[in-house]
Each structure stands twice: as C-alpha cells, then as structure tokens.
Design a protein. Structure first.
Length: 404
C-alpha cells in the first residue's frame, strides 16, 4: 500500500494535499459568529463544503491565535473568509493575510464597517461564492498513505473501548505509520499510571524527557483541579478507575515509537507517531475551561490531521468543521442503537467473529472512501461541534516544573 495511490487529494500551493476543499468562514469574536454561521448555512443548504469556526472571546490568547492560523492554512481548506466585529483584539486581516501567503483564497472585513448583520451576510455570501467558483479549478493529484495525517480520540468510553474500539484504532495507527504516514494522539490525562510505558516508547532521550515532563504536568494539573478524566458515564459503562480507563485509552496509540511531544498548534516535524500535549503550562485563569471531545479533536486537527477517529463505547454524535470524524464503537448494543451516527462497529473482536488483521483492512477501506470524498456519518448529519477554549502554553518547550 505504501507505493499505491490511496486517494486523490487537493493540491495546495504550499505543497500539501487535502482530502476536502473547504471554505472556512472564521469569526474573530462571539459578536461576529451569527453572521459567519448564516453565510456558511447558505452554502450548506446548496450542498457546498463551507464551514464556520472561530474564537468566542474578544480577548487575545496566544494558543487561540495559533489554532486559528492553523485552521486557515489546513490542507483541507482552500479558502478563508474572516469576519470581525470591529472592536475585538483579534485582527481579521492578520488571519486572512496568513492564509493568503500560503496560497489560499482569502478575504476579510469588519461587520461594523459593512453596515451590520444583513449587509454583512450578503457581502459574505458574495465573497464565498466567488471563492467557490475559483476553487473548482484546484488540481487533484494522487495522494499516498505517506502523505496522510490521522488522529485518535476517545469519547464516552466503556468496557469495550480498550478491548475493541481503541485496539482497532491502534492497529490503524500502526498500519498508516508502517506505510510512511503520520498519526497523532493526545489525552495524557487518560494515561495515568502509564508514565514508564510511554517513556519506554520514546524514539530518543529528548522525547523521553518531554514525555516525562508532560506526564508530570498532567498529574499535577489533575491533582490541583480534581479533573481526572473518568466520568459517571464511564463507570456506568463498566469502568472502575482512571487507571483502568487509561490502559484502554492508550491502546489507541498503537505500538510504534513516539517521535515527539507536540504543543497545541504545532505540526509533526517528521513521519510516524506523535503525542499532543494539551494541558496548560501556566496557572489557569478564569477564561480557561476544560475541553470536551469535539474541542479535543479540534486540537488534533490544529496539528494537521486530515481526519480523526473517535472511539466511543457509550455512543457519540459529534463532528468538527475542519476534518471528517470517523466514529468507532466496540459495543454492539451501542452500534445497534446509534448506527446513524457511528460509522464502524468493532464488536467482532470481542466475540471472536473477526480477527484484527481483517477488521483493520475493513476500516482502512472505510477511511479510504472518506478520503476520496465519501461523507462520514457526522458530516452527513451536519455535526460541527467544538469550542476553542483558552489555554496557556509555551510553544518552545515542555517545562519541567509547574505551580498550579
């Protein structure tokens, strides 16, 4: 498969390839969200791939800006319209200029200067329509597994997640990496008790130290704020402790060496497996909130993931505005109940009806269909969740001590 064409990607001027050709309508503050969503909804009703995403606060936050810059230049994005309100901290022209410098179609305006809601919606629709027309000419070229970046996330884990769903995604990670591709996982708060195991998978001493520091920071954070990542729903699903949940959650990373520890908004510097650290490096401020599964997937997407696997034992319905989400469950009852939302059932691994090799081949085929333009269930249902919560991280290092 390494030398075989996996799908046909959209070639960008910066040399990357995407599996979608989206236009993003980006709001720089809550006050311009309504206009952006109305513009996006106009085209969604026409079957066009236009999405709205943005920052809700009028305050500046370094991590939020890094996220927005990465979404504006994501390989799945061909055009960007940034709409500001007119009195917030985040400058729409800065985001649009950054997107334009990467070769994307890009434009911006303030809705105050455009004349308010109705005039801004009309102006936005015209700008996006012109972008869509030009994006029809984007060249599609053969895309290989070695050019693919995938992510893995857990949501609503139960007793089947570690045994089937996460185990299957781990096998897909191995498959993609063995064929020259890249995979990113996070949720170190669901790696409790596995510090030595994760360090043992580091590709070198620097990465080993980075993993240790990120792990220690996570434990300090969880201790200080009482936010160990096990919920009542997990316990209803048969899990008993965060350590038990962590063993199942970490299986989704597969078995390959960890090449680096990334911060939010950083992309992998090489092929292979990478760990994303999303825990703040500084004491929390009131503006920071703990993220949920859709927002965590957006963190993976800010690292360049073309698509994300979401493993759910209890069931999940969410998607994201930037990259497709393929939802996997190992629980046959959950799949029977929520088959309109969940894309793949891995329960055959529990019953012995299927082996890992055959099931991996089946889900890779599904991934290939999605990469070629087939819609995941979240896309089909129109799910576009996720909030960009404030965070405070040093992008240049993984600190070795914290005070929460």
């Amino acid at each position: 498969m390494r030398d075989e064409v996996f799908c046909r990607g959209y070639l960008r001027d910066d040399g990357t390839k995407g599996i979608r050709n989206k236009v993003l309508v980006v709001f720089t503050v809550e006050c311009s969200k309504h206009v952006c969503r109305k513009v996006a909804e106009h085209f969604q009703q026409l079957g066009e791939d236009v999405e709205a995403i943005g920052s809700h606060s009028c305050l500046h936050n370094q991590v939020n800006i890094r996220r927005l810059l990465k979404y504006c230049t994501h390989s799945n994005v061909g055009g960007v319209l940034v709409i500001g309100h007119g009195c917030e901290y985040t400058y729409p022209d800065m985001l649009a200029d950054y997107a334009k410098a990467s070769g994307r179609e890009a434009a911006w305006f303030y809705q105050q200067e455009a004349g308010g809601t109705l005039k801004s919606i009309a102006r936005g629709i015209q700008i996006v329509q012109d972008m869509i027309t030009r994006l029809k000419d984007v060249v599609r070229e053969p895309m290989y597994l070695s050019e693919l970046v995938i992510g893995g996330e857990c949501g609503g884990s139960d007793f089947t997640s570690g045994l089937a769903g996460n185990a299957l995604v781990g096998s897909v990670f191995n498959y993609v990496i063995d064929n020259g591709g890249t995979a990113v996982f996070e949720e170190l708060s669901e790696g409790v008790g596995l510090k030595d195991y994760l360090m043992g998978r580091a590709v070198n001493d620097k990465v080993r130290v980075d993993i240790a520091n990120a792990y220690d920071k996570t434990i300090a954070f969880c201790d200080a704020y009482g936010q160990f990542s096990i919920a009542p729903g997990n316990m209803d699903g048969g899990l008993t402790t965060i350590e038990e949940k962590s063993m199942g959650a970490t299986v989704k990373s597969g078995r390959r060496d960890i090449q680096s520890v990334l911060k939010i908004g950083q992309t992998p510097h090489c092929k292979g497996l990478h760990l994303l650290d999303v825990i703040p490096d500084e004491k929390l401020e009131p503006a920071h909130f703990i993220a949920a599964d859709p927002s965590d997937m957006l963190e993976l997407i800010a690292s360049g993931c073309h698509l994300v696997f979401l493993v759910t034992g209890r069931g999940h319905v969410v998607g994201t505005p930037v990259s497709p989400v393929i939802k996997v469950t190992g629980n046959p009852r959950t799949y029977e109940r929520m088959s309109d939302d969940i894309d793949f059932c891995a329960s055959g691994l529990l019953t012995g009806e299927d082996n890992m090799e055959d099931m991996t081949e089946r889900i890779v085929k599904l991934m290939q269909e999605v990469c070629n333009g087939g819609q995941s269930n979240a896309e089909r249902m129109g799910h576009r969740e996720g909030i960009l919560y404030f965070n405070f991280q040093n992008p240049t290092e993984v600190p070795s001590c914290w005070k929460f």
